[in-house]
Design a protein around this ligand. Structure first.
Ligand code: NAP
Length: 255
């Protein structure tokens, strides 16, 4: 199926590793032009070296001025912005007991603030291109996880913003959708699971509860959904929350 993404310029936050990297690779397969916004300079530069059609901008996404400059730089260099994938996030374990007001606000900023910053600064260009937005949320927004108030609140906000922006941007035919991963093996996931006394056992325990094939979702499976949503094959899909999780959130617990 031709997704008609050839030469489309797509901003991907957190594009240097994990799910974001898989999205960028998938975009390249569709002959689109991914622009990686990430603070991991080594990973970003190595990606561009491997895939010279892509672009990398090093920044801390929690800085709104840096977000603004990165979008302006992209538009100046490439002449258009066709889509935004808000993907960067960090499950930082700022809980109700194990946390404080400052850390909670910081956590919201780490995982949700820049979704707004990038969408805000991309908007004039998305209006010109009739582009669209995909927000990466998390099953944590639906299920909770415990001991991660900041991250859970950020992901809940991202689901709400998906609906809110889908409504606000109807007059411009800009579609906005969200993808909810649950358990995906990435560098972030690996460092989280290492926080358990027996990471291998914890991984086995988690996988045993994933209904479809008792395995984690791959980054590529998340990327497939994202790229499909970005394409005009989804031209009448907006405001949707798509769970790509092997049935983890929605299927019967008794199975
Ligand atoms: P990852 O492996 O950590 O990759 C994310 C990339 O984003 C990293 O290169 C990271 O850089 C970068 N990044 C994070 N915060 C940044 C900031 N403030 N400024 C610039 N760059 C930043 O993460 P992932 O597991 O692929 O997760 C991607 C998204 O999926 C996140 O929104 C996450 O919440 C969501 N998600 C993941 C899972 C899962 O199972 N993996 C489940 C549900 C939802 P550093 O490494 O230098 O921090």
């Amino acid at each position: 199926m031709n997704l008609h993404l050839k030469d489309k310029v797509v901003i991907v936050s957190g594009g240097a590793k994990g799910i974001g990297k898989a999205i960028c690779i998938q975009l390249l397969e569709e002959q689109a032009i991914p622009v990686l916004l990430d603070k991991d300079e080594a990973a970003g530069k190595s990606f561009v070296k491997q895939f010279p059609r892509s672009h990398f901008i090093s920044l801390d996404l929690t800085d709104p001025v840096a977000c603004k400059k990165s979008i302006e730089k992209t538009e100046k260099k490439l002449g258009q912005i066709n889509a935004l994938v808000n993907n960067a996030g960090f499950n930082d374990g700022i809980g109700l007991a194990k946390g404080n007001p400052q850390k909670f606000v910081q956590s919201l900023n780490n995982s949700a603030g820049h979704y707004y910053f990038l969408a805000h600064y991309c908007l004039p260009f998305l209006k010109q291109s009739k582009g669209n937005i995909v927000n990466i949320a998390s099953k944590v927004a639906i299920t909770g996880q415990g001991n991660t108030s900041g991250y859970a609140a950020a992901k809940g906000a991202i689901l709400s913003l998906t609906r809110e922006w889908a409504v606000e941007l109807l007059p411009f035919s800009i579609r906005v959708n969200a993808v909810l991963p649950a358990e995906v093996w990435t560098p972030l996931y690996e460092s989280w699971i290492k926080s358990f006394p027996d990471p291998k056992e914890k991984k086995r325990e988690i996988e045993s509860k994933i209904p479809l094939e008792n395995r984690m979702t791959s980054s590529e499976e998340i990327a497939n959904m994202v790229v499909f949503l970005l394409s005009d094959r989804c031209s009448h899909v907006t405001g949707q929350w798509m769970s790509v999780d092997g049935g983890y959130v929605h299927l019967d617990r008794a199975i």
